[in-house]
Design a protein around this ligand. Structure first.
Ligand code: CP
Length: 312
């Protein structure tokens, strides 16, 4: 692949190759052998048009650990504020010969559009409700390490599916790897159209969590609700928030995941989130750096293997 725009175009063997490489980066990082020069001489620009803690920090750390020259564009202070378009901004940066562009944008499809205008590799760091591929990959690595496999697992993805690019990328990835996926939440936030992905849909948490190996909680994305259904937080937690009683319906060794940022007491009880015997939320963050290292390493190999468009 030239870019990493989504999970949709990836084959299962490509996903496995990336996860295997990420596993190696986890091992090296834990041995404090964090640095290499696989991106030496390459320029990585991070463009985040939406707020981020985990994704932006881990892409920056990943690039620096691999020896890239990393620049974080402060989009709030850029000429976007003077009316410059996304495409003109991309063309301007493209003229400075970056090798890797990491882009987060509030509009679905914006990162794909941008990738068609530049010569470098583009990594989607989340576009609207569409895809967040590196999140799904880091979730997959977390599951594979915790469960010893990434197939034939009962995986419950719970909460605000409708507005979630994390859910969409996870449904695609975990489906490709032949898992049984259940979507759990209020019908207003779990549209029946998701049935076309071959998933099961539950309104009732206890039924949806029954015998689950993995319980993945999602944040209520109020910023994307366009004035539509916004449940009261108390009511939402009572019916769809993960607490010890609801979790008891999953398998005794089920892991609890959350991509962050978390709203404690809304979609998840803080004691569950902090329970080191069940929660792998901090492991997800650790895997985020390794997966982003692997993704940029593989894209850089492709970059080096093909002639540049500017060489003619
Ligand atoms: N999970 C995730 O994308 O978190 P950030 O918004 O903090 O990057």
């Amino acid at each position: 692949q030239r870019h990493l725009l989504g999970i949709e175009p990836l084959r299962p063997d490509e996903i496995t190759t990336l996860l295997d490489l990420a596993d190696q980066y986890v091992t090296l990082s834990r041995r404090r052998e964090k640095h290499s020069n696989v991106l030496a001489g390459l320029t990585q620009i991070n463009m985040f048009f939406e707020n981020s803690t985990r994704t932006q920090a881990s892409f920056e750390i990943a690039g620096k650990r691999l020896g890239a020259d990393v620049m974080n564009m402060a989009m709030q202070a850029s000429s976007i504020k003077k009316g410059e378009t996304l495409i003109d901004t991309a063309l301007t940066l493209n003229a400075m010969h970056p090798d890797l562009l990491v882009v987060r944008h509030p509009h679905s499809g914006a990162v794909d559009l941008l990738s068609q205008k530049v010569h470098c590799a583009v990594l989607n760091a989340g576009d609207g409700r569409h895809e967040h591929p590196t999140q799904a990959l880091l979730d997959a690595l977390t599951i594979r390490r915790a469960k010893g496999r990434l197939h034939r697992l009962n995986i419950a993805i719970c909460g605000d599916i409708a507005h979630s690019r994390v859910a969409r990328s996870n449904i695609l990835l975990l489906g490709k790897m032949e898992n049984r996926i259940r979507l759990v939440g209020p019908s207003t936030l779990v549209p029946s159209t998701f049935g076309e992905f071959g998933v099961e849909i539950y309104d009732d948490m206890r039924e949806g969590l029954k015998d689950a190996d993995v319980v993945m909680m999602l944040r209520l994305q109020k910023e994307r609700m366009d004035g539509g259904f916004i449940p009261s937080e108390r009511e939402y937690f009572y019916r769809w928030g993960l607490d010890a009683e609801k979790l008891s319906h999953a398998k005794p060794d089920a892991i609890v995941m959350h991509p962050g940022p978390m709203n404690r007491g809304v979609e998840i009880d803080g004691t569950i989130a902090d329970d080191i015997n069940r929660s792998v939320i901090q492991e997800q963050v650790e895997m985020g750096v390794a997966v982003r290292m692997a993704a940029m390493d593989l894209l850089a190999r492709n970059l080096r293997a093909r002639p540049t468009e500017l060489s003619a």
